[in-house]
Design a binder for this molecule. Structure first.
Ligand code: F3S
Ligand code: F3S
Length: 111
């Protein structure tokens, strides 16, 4: 899978969303997240991100390593304000912005 890492936080350019052929890039409150099971590894999102937030999982710089599991946990953990995990919605557009983040992203210092 591809992974969205720390540089997306509070930037949320969304150019990646336009490129994804399977609509598997979901919007939280401060970052976007790629669904690891829905992503087909096409790689179209990676070059369009202006802040280089997107990496193939095997190419993640070491300091962004935790974001592999974090993107997954956006879907498998119960997010604040929700009663169950997002699981596999099968498309981001119909959900819109979720309005919540994983603890890793929520706890990242602003600015
Ligand atoms: Fe974020 Fe880059 Fe997409 S800033 S929303 S990963 S284009
Ligand atoms: Fe979509 Fe990027 Fe995966 S464009 S299919 S999230 S590699």
């Amino acid at each position: 899978t591809y992974v969205i890492a720390q540089p997306c936080i509070d930037v949320m350019d969304r150019a990646c969303v336009e490129e994804c052929p399977v609509d598997c890039i979901y919007e939280g409150a401060r970052s976007l997240y790629i669904h690891p099971d829905e992503c087909v590894d096409c790689g179209a999102c990676e070059p369009v991100c202006p802040v280089e937030a997107i990496y193939y999982e095997d190419d993640l710089p070491e300091q962004f390593g935790p974001y592999l599991r974090d993107n997954e946990e956006f879907f498998t953990q119960v997010l604040p304000g929700r009663e169950e995990p997002l699981d596999s919605p099968g498309g981001a557009a119909k959900l819109g912005a979720i309005g919540a983040d994983t603890p890793l992203v929520a706890g990242h210092p602003a600015g």
